[in-house]
Write a protein that binds this ligand. Structure first.
Ligand code: NAP
Length: 230
């Protein structure tokens, strides 16, 4: 059986990805920083709760120990993320920007580095990072694109960094599949439920990336329609 860990799985896209992967037969560890919310979601869906705050090394180490003791890990879905408040670029709050990077970039690095040794023991290791098209430099440079017109820079910059981090891990782990996917503008707490897509639609590409086989590509950026420009 494939064992999968999803960070930030108590709500939104992470929770829906857990629901879908459990239906696909994965043994899913549902990571959450809030034990009550995480436990409730795991009980409801038939996953396994593990407390995991991606900014807190102690919870990451404890989660790793628990998952290792119970048999290991095949797939890591780095889904947890925050967007902060929407400020225009020139109104960026550097402290808030640092907090966004601590979760969306450094948090992914912390969790990934901690779990690589476990994933190394899998016959089919995979890492899925959940980014946004707002992190695409190419689309942001293109006048007329909504990524170009998006007013803030903190969250987009964190996702651009996450995209680079994906390539670096893919190069460092050539026997893994390490890919980054974007769910599109999805109605979740992240955007006050203003997104135009449902979590079922948004999670589709995350699930697809988590189900890729050993012969599938690594180091790619895609959405449900195919490749996305870096
Ligand atoms: N919604 C969209 O339109 C959209 C578009 C592109 C990309 N994404 C990405 O999709 C991912 C999931 O977001 P979502 O839309 O599903 O938002 P969401 O419903 O707000 O879910 C975010 C999840 O991340 C968790 N989280 C935040 N900080 C964490 C931390 N330090 N440690 C562990 N978990 C933490 C949250 O936990 P709490 O419940 O405790 O806050 C929550 O479970 C994010 O990476 C986001 O950037 C979303």
């Amino acid at each position: 059986m494939t064992t999968t860990l999803i960070t930030g799985a108590n709500q939104g896209l992470g929770r829906e990805t857990a629901r879908r992967l459990i239906a696909e037969g994965h043994d899913v560890w549902m990571g959450a920083r809030d034990a009550q919310a995480g436990r409730a979601a795991a009980e409801e869906l038939g996953g396994r709760f593990v407390r995991l705050d991606v900014t807190d090394d102690a919870t990451i180490a404890a989660a790793r120990q628990e998952i290792e003791a119970s048999g290991g890990l095949d797939v890591l879905v780095n889904n947890a993320g925050i967007s902060g408040h929407l400020h225009p670029t020139l109104g960026t709050d550097p402290d808030e920007m640092a907090a966004i990077f601590a979760t969306n970039v450094v948090g992914v690095a912390r969790v990934t580095l901690a779990f690589v040794p476990l994933l190394e023991r899998s016959s089919s290791p995979a890492i899925v990072n959940v980014t946004s098209s707002l992190g695409s430099l190419t689309l942001t440079a293109e006048p007329g694109r909504h990524e170009h017109g998006y007013p803030g820079m903190d969250y987009p910059a964190s996702k651009a960094a996450l995209n680079l981090l994906t390539l670096k891990f893919a190069h460092a782990l050539p026997h893994f599949r390490v890919n980054v996917v974007t769910p599109g503008f999805t109605a979740t707490a992240l955007n006050g439920f203003t997104g135009t897509r449902t979590v079922e639609q948004g999670a589709e590409v995350v699930v697809r990336a988590a189900l890729l086989g050993p012969d599938d590509p690594t180091g790619t950026f895609f959405d449900e329609d195919g490749p996305v420009s870096w």
